[in-house]
Write a protein that binds this ligand. Structure first.
Ligand SMILES: *[C@@H]1O[C@H](CO)[C@@H](O)[C@H](O)[C@H]1NC(C)=O
Ligand SMILES: *[C@@H]1O[C@H](CO)[C@@H](O)[C@H](O)[C@H]1NC(C)=O
Ligand SMILES: *[C@@H]1O[C@H](CO)[C@@H](O)[C@H](O)[C@H]1NC(C)=O
Length: 326
């Protein structure tokens, strides 16, 4: 009778001990951060007498529906990876991961299944530092009409969470209302785009790991023609071969025409020659070449009009060709 009482008491103490002393993970931090290639060791030390109860390490899956992956069972490794080792001694089960990879990021759990209904566990989060990567939902390139608003968006992933900033090529000043040449934030918004705002904008994602990620967004500003005349007045001698130049800023590319006395000038008519030269993506030079001679239409001195048209509007400008005064 006494013997049975002792045994029962002993069992009770054992059960209390098991239930009261949850496994204790003696790592200082609940979350540890590592670079790729480094190593980490998690210790799970158990208080109490658990000789017959397995102590297991799991990797939890972020998708709740998927079962946790059992990495080790007592002193045995359960996965075929040379990067993982399990060492068991003195009631401690130390899981070591060498040459840490991005896929190792996640929650690790040490657990003991005391009986069918009693499970005790503790979690450790391993955060693996990752270089920033620009996300696909970032703006690729945009076409915007002058005067309209535009938003350039940039998103990136990485650990730690990357900071995003925007710059223009050659550190040009950003469009109003931004001040200076750098804007920090995901979305760069321009309320009324001006043709001067066109060009390449770079989004840079930086989290201190590696050199940061860079993504370029081309901003194409659709605009009506605007004309500049490098030489509005030419003073030339009779018989001279000359070129009139008209620089047109427009997108889409405009049609450029020349007029004199209200009549359109055509290529090879009256020995006029018309050509164009692409200066930049948006600026085209219209060139009218001829020799100052006299013919049945009079001489070639006078006012020449350069006219440019695209889907957004028209513009014109005058170039004067005058004789050399004696
Ligand atoms: C524990 O966390 C603190 C704060 O996050 C950190 O400074 C420290 O380096 C960590 N210790 C270990 C061993 O990871
Ligand atoms: C396991 O980890 C504990 C606590 O960090 C440490 O005291 C013990 O020496 C380790 N055991 C082995 C075999 O590495
Ligand atoms: C782009 O994707 C990231 C991550 O999925 C998300 O946080 C962000 O809100 C998304 N941006 C837009 C505009 O959908």
């Amino acid at each position: 009778m006494e013997n049975i009482t002792v045994v029962l008491l002993g069992l009770l103490v054992c059960v209390i001990e098991i239930v009261c002393h949850a496994p204790e993970i003696t790592y200082v931090n609940k979350s540890i951060i590592r670079n790729i290639g480094e190593m980490a060791q998690f210790s799970c030390c158990i208080i109490g007498n658990y000789n017959n109860v397995p102590v297991c390490w799991f990797k939890l899956n972020t998708a709740k529906m998927i079962e946790p992956l059992m990495l080790s069972n007592s002193g045995n490794l359960n996965i075929p990876s040379a990067r993982f080792t399990i060492q068991a001694n003195d009631n401690c089960y130390n899981l070591t991961i060498r040459d840490i990879q991005e896929i190792d990021d996640g929650v690790y759990q040490c657990a003991i299944q005391i009986d069918l209904h009693t499970r005790s566990s503790a979690d450790i989060m391993l955060k693996v530092k990752r270089i920033p990567v620009i996300l696909y939902n970032s703006t690729k390139s945009v076409f915007v009409t002058e005067g309209e608003p535009v938003s350039l968006e940039c998103y990136a992933e990485g650990y730690p969470n990357p900071k995003i900033f925007w710059k223009r090529t050659n550190a040009e000043i950003l469009p109003a209302p931004y001040v200076g040449s750098i804007y920090r934030g995901n979305i760069l918004q321009i309320k009324q785009v001006n043709r001067k705002d066109r060009g390449t904008y770079s989004c840079i994602a930086d989290n201190g790991i590696g050199r940061g990620a860079r993504h370029s967004v081309a901003v194409h500003v659709q605009c009506a023609p605007s004309i500049t005349i490098p030489r509005p007045k030419l003073v030339e001698a009779f018989g001279k071969n000359i070129n009139l130049e008209c620089h047109v800023d427009a997108f889409p590319t405009p049609a450029i025409m020349w007029f004199k006395n209200g009549n359109q000038i055509y290529e090879n008519h009256n020995s006029y020659s018309i050509s164009e030269r692409v200066m930049t993506d948006e600026i085209t030079a219209g060139i009218l070449s001829f020799v100052i001679t006299a013919d049945i239409h009079g001489d070639k001195y006078g006012d020449y009009i350069c006219k440019a048209i695209n889907g957004l509007g028209t513009a014109e400008a005058v170039i004067k060709v005058v004789p050399v005064s004696i």
